[in-house]
Structures are given as structure tokens and as C-alpha cells.
Ligand binder design. Structure first.
Ligand code: B1M
Length: 218
């Protein structure tokens, strides 16, 4: 198969949720010289976007979204060490979680991989994270940045709740707070009082570095 054929089939099989074949194609793609970036941005991410569009149209239902997500996660496990292996020095600590009520984690995991690749120490507290979980983790790890992901319009308001609770706990000035996730915008980030927002994983890395440099007065 040519690299283009591999990408095309990976796009289709991810949409069908055929995890074993997606895994096989990921290895085949790497062997054929495809970069991890190309596998991500030319096959896996567009495929999940199409899954979302089909779900909105009523052509796909939750089980289809679930198996497509699993297929992508399997490929990400293979790509993770390749995307993260840059040998960069530690630039800061990033605490990351998906907010309460939200189980989506693929986007969060991808941001984590990119952060690790850029030299961040990432502490991932998982999904469905209540405010207390963020607060306990801040106390324990004293991160430079607290990142919160939300992927549903119904869970985005948890940003404001979390920030309020972090402020009440007297820790707001100690941490930079970044928010992100598919429905989040810069305007929304401003309204909830976050320090930063990014639309995708690579912008999140750049933004986190910028915010840390400003905070450290560099
Ligand atoms: Co759900 N889901 N889902 N889903 N799902 C979406 C998000 C949806 C947009 C689909 C649609 O309607 N088009 C829709 C939300 C609509 C809305 O609120 N506006 C939706 C819905 C409605 C639901 C349910 C409510 C469905 C139901 O039960 N009726 C339900 C909710 C469950 C819950 O959380 N309580 C649900 C469930 C699920 C599954 C469990 C089946 C599965 C999740 C599997 C998993 O994550 N482990 C799933 C999936 C797979 C999707 C879609 C299809 C794909 C999401 C994804 O992984 N994208 C999604 C449709 C879509 O997004 N187009 C959809 C790929 C990922 C790489 O992109 O997540 O955008 P993304 O992450 C990006 C950026 O957002 C950014 O960088 C990432 C990498 O570039 N980013 C940050 C993320 N976090 C960041 C943090 C930062 C900065 C940037 O700083 C801290």
C-alpha cells in the first residue's frame, strides 16, 4: 500500500471503529515513512470530526462514537512515544483534567502528549474531575499551570465553578489556569476568568510556555 492509501484506509477504519486494523495501519504507516503528525492530522483527527458530524446528523449514535474513539486511542498509544520523544528539558509542571460530568479524554490526552514532547512534566488527573480533585492535586503537585478540558456545552460551566473554588481555597495567584476543548472559545475563557485558552494541542503548548514566561518575568 502507498502512504496515501494507508491514510485513506485509516480514516475509513477509524470511522468504523475497527481498532485492530487501525493499529495495524498505524504501524504500516510508520514503516512506510509517514510522520506521526501526518497520521494524526491527515487521518485520525479528520475521521473523528466526521464521526461527530454523522452523530449530529443522526447517522451515528453513541456506540459508534465510542468505538471510533477507542480506535483512535489505540493509535495514539503507538504515536505517544514518537510525539513525546524530543529530549526537551523540563519547562514546567502542567496539571491536566477533564471537568466533572465529562468523560471525553482523547483531546486532553493529545494535549498531554504534546506538552510532554515540549518538556513539560504532565500530571493527568483523568476525567470527571470535581473541583476538590483539582484542588487536592494543586496542593500535592504545586503545578505551574492547571489545564481544564471540557467537550460539552453542558460541562463548560464547570470551568467557572473550578476557578471559583480554587480562588476560595486561596490558590488562584499560585497557578496559571488554561482551558480548552471542542466547544470552548477565547471569549468563553475570558468570561470564566481563565488566563489562557488554546484551540488545539500545539497552540496549547505555545500558550503555556508564553504564560509561564510572563509569570516568571522573562
Ligand atoms: Co461525544 N460529543 N458525547 N463522545 N464526542 C462530541 C464532543 C460532540 C461534539 C459530538 C457532536 O454532536 N458533533 C457532542 C458535544 C456537543 C456539545 O456539547 N456541543 C458530544 C456529545 C453530545 C456526547 C454525549 C452527550 C452523547 C450522548 O450520550 N447522547 C456523551 C457525553 C458523555 C459525557 O461526557 N458525559 C458523549 C460521549 C462520547 C463517547 C464516550 C462515546 C466518546 C468519547 C471517547 C473518549 O473521549 N474517550 C465521544 C466522542 C469520541 C466524541 C467525538 C466524536 C470525538 C471527540 C474527540 O476525541 N475528538 C466528538 C465530536 C467532535 O469533537 N467532532 C464528540 C478528537 C480530539 C483530538 O479533538 O476533543 O476537540 P478534541 O481535542 C482538541 C481540542 O479540543 C484541544 O486540543 C485537542 C487536540 O488538538 N483541547 C485543548 C482539548 N483540551 C484542551 C485543553 C487545553 C487546550 C486545548 O488547555 C487546558
Amino acid at each position: 500500500m502507498t502512504p496515501d492509501e494507508i491514510l485513506k484506509e485509516m480514516y475509513e477504519r477509524t470511522m468504523e471503529g475497527n481498532a485492530p486494523r487501525v493499529l495495524e495501519l498505524t504501524h504500516m504507516g510508520l514503516d512506510a515513512g509517514l510522520t506521526p503528525d501526518s497520521i494524526l492530522f491527515d487521518a485520525l483527527i479528520p475521521s473523528l470530526e466526521e464521526v461527530g458530524a454523522r452523530f449530529e446528523r443522526g447517522d451515528y449514535f453513541v456506540p459508534e462514537m465510542l468505538i471510533a474513539g477507542r480506535a483512535m486511542s489505540g493509535a495514539l498509544d503507538v504515536l505517544r512515544p514518537l510525539l513525546a520523544d524530543t529530549g526537551a528539558e523540563t519547562v514546567g509542571t502542567f496539571l491536566m483534567g477533564t471537568v466533572k460530568g465529562d468523560v471525553h479524554d482523547i483531546g486532553k490526552n493529545l494535549v498531554n502528549i504534546m506538552l510532554e514532547g515540549a518538556g513539560f512534566q504532565v500530571i493527568d488527573i483523568g476525567v470527571q474531575c470535581a473541583p476538590e480533585k483539582f484542588i487536592d492535586a494543586i496542593k500535592e503537585h504545586q503545578p505551574d499551570v492547571v489545564g481544564m478540558s471540557a467537550f460539552l456545552t453542558t460541562t463548560m460551566p464547570m470551568f467557572k465553578v473550578n476557578i471559583h473554588e480554587i480562588t476560595k481555597a486561596g490558590m488562584r495567584d499560585d497557578v496559571i489556569i488554561m482551558v480548552g476543548g471542542a466547544p470552548v472559545t477565547q471569549e468563553y475563557a475570558d468570561v470564566v476568568g481563565a488566563d489562557g485558552y488554546a484551540a488545539d494541542a500545539s497552540t496549547a503548548v505555545r500558550k503555556a510556555k508564553e504564560l509561564i514566561a510572563v509569570k516568571r518575568g522573562k
